[in-house]
Design a protein around this ligand. Sequence first.
Ligand code: PLP
Length: 388
Amino acid sequence: MAAGVQETADSETSAASSGWLVDPTVAYLNHGGFGALPAVVAAAAARIRLEIEADPTDLFTRQWQGRVDAVRDRVAQLLGAVRSDLVFVGNATTGTATVLNSVPLRDGDEILTTDHRYPAVANQAAALARRGVRLVEAPVPVDVSSVDAIVAAVLAGVTDRTRLLVVDHIASPTGLVFPVRELVAASHAAGVPVLIDAAHAPGQIDIDLGAIGADFWVGNLHKWVCSPRACAVLHVDPRWQEHISPLVTSHGYGGGFQPSFDRVATHDPTPLFAVPAALDFWRELGWDDVRRRQHTLATDGAHVVADRLGTRVAVADEFTAAMRLVQLPRPVTSEEAVSMGYRLTTEHKVTAYITHHQGSSYVRMCGQVYNAPEHYERLAAALALELG
Ligand SMILES: Cc1ncc(COP(=O)(O)O)c(C=O)c1O
């Protein structure tokens, strides 16, 4: 790129990303990976840290329950949930592990998931193999074209030994938004409870947990709600609450569902206490408008990348939100993907996620309000050089 063109691109990038802490010289297209912080939320978190440090004893004793409950009220509102069904955990991984370690499972039982599942969830299920529990992965093609086809593909994996279905709300390797309401209904009709791994869902899509009706649902608040890392919310249907315990037994033990999670030893509550500031940030921008912008950025950008690579945008539009998938011209190995991802960031100044599904490789790109069309053009040019 000629120096003048680079300068223009950099100033466009700065304009789009001002107000965020992401490096304005990098086209950051991996918001879904670990989230990113708006400057106002970072400032709120800094103020909260000072408040905590002014009198930690007062904060962790007298103020504690009121502060946790105040965040819970805001999160319940966001998710269409009843506040008594919500507890907080450190991250989505802890949430899924909590459920998988609490649900009664024994030798010969099966956990059903899909081949879009997050690797940590597969590992957590694999760790249950020592109890004789088997993980079954139902294949769901990225180009599936109807809700019924998704439900049929997933439910095809149910047997008389299936004790739990673990399904993504929005899948990590593909960005596919699963029709969770229909999946829960079908799974319940088959007598199988459902855990939804919704790491990417809070903020990215509109959520009504009451309508979804899952037994368990866990979502990160540090990805698309943009509170600092790390905090997550676990929703447990009332009929399961007496069976679900935190991974670490601590002060609230024996006091019931919420007390057992509300008082788990000492940890930094700053990310959790900053959630209301993050929600205020988005409310001011307007969720509907933000989600439209995110989807448009990612979708238009994906078409730019696919056109440049001579490939295609995968996953039908109706099953996507702010993360889009473009097929690479050839499959790359996991090692190649890691080294290419590193070169994208360090040499081409663009960060995106290379993923794999059913033998093909893809680049996943996110749309966030700090992104600009130029970011996707930069990704397209970089991938054309890398794979040309
Ligand atoms: C679907 C899914 N589940 C779980 C996780 C794990 O999230 P965390 O590392 O915050 O626990 C991720 C992270 O990207 C994810 O995409």
